[in-house]
Design a protein around this ligand. Structure first.
Ligand code: MG
Length: 302
């Protein structure tokens, strides 16, 4: 069984008799892991923060903590460590609550033997591994749903959500909100002449260049292909226009590698009272289109 690989078990238990029983059970089962015993939750947390530990056996009623919060405090401090709660016969319902709140299992004192304990520890470790793997997968999916895979900035879906939120905020606090849309000029030529790898590199580097030169509360996203959006809260059209001009200059001056240069055309607009998300973005798009028509590598306000 898996516990043969266990190195360290932490027992947080203030009753010396109960602690001795656990120790004897583990010894009877031939458990080779080191059993560390502490009497206080604070001591348990500080031990876990400094040492690796395979599993924690936790008495819920300790000198410095009692009830369900004993478990939740421990879990908050060391979310990756499996926890088995030890309850008395009279407070088994605490054990159920503890499992619902993130403990791997509960055992009733006086109703445990070595085999049950051994098996509970084994399953607690395996279940925790699964729980962590599931969380990582979920985090990855959540990230993929809102981040553009190529550039690492927000994708269009996430941008739409943020745009909605910023529009509401601008209306609620009666502040300005402006939108800059830009498109890399003749980008098809970059892909055709240098290949898609270089094209991808240009998109990534352009995104990073912009990200490094906007305020932390400005929102950059990839709108599609070689089109980007910058949402600038608390900026009117003129302020957004100044930012757009700065970004235009940065792109124009940037060496994307081996002397490769690109330019971009910018459309800038400010949120109007009767705007919806689509009318707002459509106006930025029209302004950008105008910048293209008027010779590219320039800015138009609408
Ligand atoms: Mg106790």
């Amino acid at each position: 069984m898996g516990e043969s690989r266990m190195q360290t078990i932490l027992l947080i238990e203030d009753d010396p008799g109960d602690a001795l029983l656990i120790r004897e059970m583990l010894e009877q089962q031939g458990c080779k892991a080191e059993l560390v015993t502490v009497e206080r939750l604070s001591a348990g947390i500080s031990f876990l923060q400094q040492h690796s530990c395979d599993v924690v056996l936790l008495d819920m009623n300790l000198p410095d903590s009692s009830g369900l919060s004993t478990m939740t405090r421990l879990l908050d401090a060391v979310p990756a460590t499996p926890i088995i709660v030890l309850t008395g016969l009279s407070d088994e319902s605490f054990g159920v609550d503890a499992v619902k709140s993130g403990a791997q299992d509960y055992l009733i004192k006086g109703d445990i033997d070595g085999r049950i304990l051994k098996r509970a520890m084994f399953y607690a470790v395996e279940r925790k591994k699964l729980e962590i793997a599931l969380k990582q997968t979920r985090d990855l999916f959540e990230r993929q749903a809102r981040i553009d895979y190529l550039t690492g900035i927000y994708n269009r879906l996430m941008f739409s959500e943020l745009l909605e939120a910023e529009q509401q905020r601008a209306r609620r606090y009666d502040t300005e909100l402006s939108l800059i849309m830009f498109d890399l000029d003749h980008f098809k030529n970059v892909n055709d002449s240098y290949g898609h790898n270089i094209g991808d590199h240009v998109l990534k580097e352009a995104a990073q260049l912009i990200l490094d030169n906007i305020r932390s509360h400005d929102i950059l996203s990839r709108w599609g292909g070689e089109e980007f959006m910058v949402l600038t809260p608390k900026s009117d059209q003129n302020q957004a226009g100044i930012l757009a001009e700065k970004l235009r200059c940065l792109i124009e001056a940037h060496d994307f590698g081996d002397g490769l240069h690109v330019t971009a055309s910018f459309g800038v607009t400010q949120l109007k009272t009767d705007d919806r998300a689509d009318s707002f973005t459509a106006r930025a798009d029209q302004a950008m289109y105008l910048a293209k028509q008027n010779g590219r590598n320039r800015i138009e306000l609408r």
